[in-house]
Ligand binder design. Structure first.
Ligand code: XIL
Length: 313
């Protein structure tokens, strides 16, 4: 039987997963990750708090471990993430920096991190979640100190740090046409008008079973029509647990729909699922009473969703 990775390779798309460095010593985890996926994203190890927990003190062990694993297995790495309000150390969020100081801190973080992996990580979520659920810029030290320009500044710094890398903005709840994705549309039109370097937009796609937006295809297309790439960066589809067979079947239909929709649009380059196995998914820890969100279950067995993705590829 062909794996998801085999099928994605044949189609020339990526099928990715999120990896945690501290799990790579588990044989089943590592074997499943390398067999089924041709792309990986660090689930946490490349975030600011992991990479630069204190000013000027960089810590690369976890991030390197994932990149080394990917290279050993011939996988691409998607860089996640550089400028984000969350998992940001307090020396940045509460640092009391002036605008010039914060720009210098950002430039150091971006150029050091992207520079370390230049030629090894070719695509980056430069800015993560700059817009809130109210479709307005989210409060953060970056927005408070620099205003809306922090997005453009981050992207310019990223282009300078690694001119060959593809640069993305990434967020959740922007999968369909809605107020938040409209705000992104306006933002990226504005950035492109200003000549800001931006190559694509990432749809996290943390979805709820039965709720794939009907306008997802139209929404992807309006961004690709601007010349941007779209990638599905963190797909999972959660449900109440214990999971019913009916929900697992609905979830399979939902996975099929997301993967098919992306692959039907030129410029939608692939899909990453946010974890290897339900056993280690972030969902139960962050959404009360929910789980079973990935295509592979807690025992590394393929779920109906796995076979739906298999068919869609
Ligand atoms: C999540 C990780 O999966 C968890 O392990 C961590 O505790 C919190 O972050 N949007 C993102 C990801 O961009 O970085 C988040 O990952 C999930 C939501």
């Amino acid at each position: 039987e062909e794996t998801l990775r085999d099928l994605a390779d044949q189609r020339g798309v990526f099928m990715g997963t999120a990896l945690a460095s501290h799990r790579l010593g588990e044989a089943q985890y590592a074997e499943t990750a390398s067999a089924e996926f041709n792309s990986v994203t660090h689930e946490n190890d490349l975030k600011w708090e992991a990479v630069q927990p204190q000013r000027g003190q960089y810590s690369w062990a976890g991030a390197d471990r994932v990149v080394d694993f990917a290279e050993a297995n011939g996988q691409d790495v998607h860089g996640h993430t550089l400028v984000w309000h969350s998992q940001l150390p307090s020396w940045v969020s509460g640092g009391g920096f002036t605008a010039d100081e914060l720009l210098a801190v950002m430039d150091d973080h971006i150029s050091t991190t992207m520079g370390r992996y230049a030629g090894r990580i070719d695509t980056w979520d430069v800015v993560n979640e700059p817009i809130g659920d109210d479709a307005r810029f989210r409060d953060s030290v970056f927005h408070r100190t620099l205003g809306e320009d922090f997005v453009a500044e981050s992207l310019r710094m990223a282009r300078a740090a690694d001119p060959a890398a593809e640069l993305y903005i990434n967020d959740y709840s922007i999968d369909g046409v809605n107020a938040k994705s409209d705000a992104y549309y306006d933002l990226v039109v504005d950035l492109l008008d200003q000549g800001v370097p931006l190559d694509g937009i990432g749809f996290q796609s943390h979805l709820i079973v039965g709720q794939v937006p009907a306008s997802m295809r139209q929404n992807i297309e309006r961004f690709t029509d601007l010349g941007l790439k779209v990638r599905i960066t963190e797909l999972d589809i959660r449900m109440n647990v214990p999971a019913s067979q009916a929900d697992l079947e609905r979830q399979a239909d939902d996975y099929r729909e997301v993967v098919t929709t992306c692959l039907e649009v030129d410029g939608c380059t692939g899909v990453t699922v946010w974890g290897v196995t339900d056993a280690y998914s972030w969902v139960p820890d962050h959404f009360d009473g929910q789980g079973a969100a990935l295509p592979i279950d807690e025992s590394y067995q393929p779920k109906p969703a796995y076979w739906a993705v298999h068919e869609a590829l």
